[in-house]
Design a protein around this ligand. Structure first.
Ligand code: URA
Length: 237
């Protein structure tokens, strides 16, 4: 692929700007400055450097973020920070989007991508992958509440029944459960429907991809997913 086109695909800016980067001698491949606009890059495993910073060519990007509290999953955040502030301009230029949303006060596993098909596969209303949430509740979790969550509850203005699986009481005020849809404030509303209240919410897992498999990713940190991890995130059950 023509070098300027490759740079553009990776988020370095317009075709014209990428041409300028090349002409300025800002781009290196294998330690060599490439200032020839006709240079064609072999994309397979391509590593390159722009203004001294190293990059790997990625056709699409798949990112796992451990989302901190106080960050909104929207580009135009109004009352809080935006999760997109955690990424550099080059990544943002690629059209990074959140795969589903977490509330500003929810922490944990959030995926981001520029692959529309991957986003669709994980968030299609009828095909949501399972997600594991852990929460701290205002009142002690009773066995009746756990049972009702497994049987399913109705949520106002939503059709159907919302049931959780693998409901586990981790401590008096701590619950873990798996949900299979993704409607607005779903977990908080499900807990409210059984007479309790979520005080802190954390997403631990999407599909079979768990935050603990991601090398103890700290809040605010992110990593690129491997091909295997991308497949784990897609597993439904
Ligand atoms: N359910 C909620 O209520 N909030 C979230 O952030 C995610 C799921």
């Amino acid at each position: 692929m023509l070098l300027e086109k490759m740079l553009q695909s990776q988020g370095f800016g317009s075709r014209k700007y990428c041409q300028q980067l090349i002409k300025n001698g800002a781009v290196q491949i294998n330690g060599e400055i490439i200032d020839n606009l006709k240079y064609k890059a072999d994309l397979h495993g391509l590593e390159f450097r722009v203004y001294g910073e190293d990059y790997l060519y990625r056709e699409k990007v798949y990112i796992a973020l451990n989302k901190p509290q106080g960050y909104e999953c929207s580009h135009q955040a109004t009352h809080h920070f935006s999760v997109f502030e955690l990424f550099d301009e080059v990544l943002m230029n690629r059209g990074l989007q959140c795969v589903g949303r977490l509330d500003q006060d929810t922490t944990g596993l959030l995926l981001l991508t520029d692959d529309g098909q991957f986003l669709q596969a994980l968030t299609h209303p009828k095909k949501h992958v399972a997600k594991v949430y852990q929460m701290h509740t205002a009142d002690p979790v009773t066995p009746e509440q756990a049972e009702k969550l497994e049987q399913g509850v109705e949520l106002r203005n939503e059709s159907g029944i919302f049931a959780a699986t693998d409901v586990q009481r981790l401590a008096e005020h701590q619950l873990q459960m798996t949900v299979h849809q993704g409607v607005y404030h779903q977990v908080k509303r499900m807990l409210a429907a059984v007479g309790n209240k979520v005080e802190q919410l954390h997403r631990a897992q999407i599909g079979q991809l768990n935050l603990t498999d991601l090398n103890d990713l700290q809040e605010g940190e992110w990593v690129y997913l491997s091909a295997e991890q991308i497949e784990q995130a897609k597993i439904r059950e």
